[in-house]
Write a protein that binds this ligand. Structure first.
Ligand SMILES: [Zn+2]
Length: 256
């Protein structure tokens, strides 16, 4: 069964050598659709260009918390313009990242809130990135509720998952779910209802076991799907079809 990869970065330089051949081969074989997610204004434009070239590639436009420095004052207007594109299906990825030293917490929160407001204004779902910033992320999301959003690359606890679910959000898993040390993510996955789950790669990063550390591609979502099915005690087909349905409904994908 073909899979929808709801979060990929094919604009990344790691795909410069074989981007088009790789994407076409996957769409011809095991991948139904891909959402290419922007991290900056430039990479959001790149995502749209990619989406323009393939029927079943869609784009998210947004500024990642690590890309907020040097942002133009009118960046929201620029994003609003990009989001008018028919292939733009979400605002993302946006959020908070306190992983590296010297991050500007207040500025990250401000830009996160502004982009969430844009998503609401446009009636688009938001793709949320949160690293080492669970508490602040939840506070911002609670303030912005009700909200149509997905917590991407989730690796948090079951307790955090429950809080996110209470806000009405979806949760998506990358290859992290297959990692040996991902006990927390597995426990979280157990408590998430099937109608709130989605599959993603975050490629070229987060390749699942047994490809951990390699360049990740959308086809590897199959390993994450198999793990999800195992956790839920259902068939791989059931897991994939439920996640695909959720993705189509959540992002309003018009797959041909
Ligand atoms: Zn990403």
């Amino acid at each position: 069964m073909k899979i929808i990869d709801t979060h990929a970065h094919y604009d990344d330089a790691q795909f410069d050598e074989d981007r088009d051949l790789l994407i076409q081969t996957m769409l011809d074989n095991d991948i139904m659709a891909i959402i290419n997610v922007g991290c900056s204004i430039e990479r959001s434009e790149e995502s749209l260009r990619l989406a323009q070239r393939y029927d079943n590639i869609f784009a998210a436009v947004g500024v990642h918390p690590e890309e907020i420095y040097g942002l133009a004052d009118n960046y929201i207007d620029i994003l609003r313009g990009l989001a008018q594109n028919k292939k733009a299906v979400a605002i993302g990825e946006i959020g908070l990242d306190y992983h590296y030293e010297n991050f500007d917490r207040d500025r990250q929160i401000k830009v996160f809130k502004e982009q969430l407001a844009l998503a609401k204004e446009l009636g688009l779902p938001a793709i949320i990135h949160s690293r080492d910033a669970t508490e602040d992320t939840l506070t911002v999301l609670k303030d912005a509720a009700p909200l149509k959003a997905v917590m991407h690359c989730f690796s948090g606890s079951a307790e955090t998952a429950k809080e996110i679910l209470e806000l009405g959000l979806y949760i998506s898993f990358t290859g992290v779910l297959t990692f040996k040390n991902a006990k927390k993510a597995v426990a979280a996955c157990e408590v998430i209802p099937m109608d709130r789950l989605m599959l993603e790669t975050d490629c070229p990063y987060m390749a699942p076991t047994p490809h951990r550390g390699e360049r990740c591609i959308s086809s590897m979502t199959a390993y994450t799907a198999a793990k999800l099915a195992e956790i839920k005690g259902i068939s791989v087909e059931e897991a994939i079809s439920a996640c695909n349905e959720n993705a189509v409904r959540f992002f309003g994908l018009n797959i041909t």
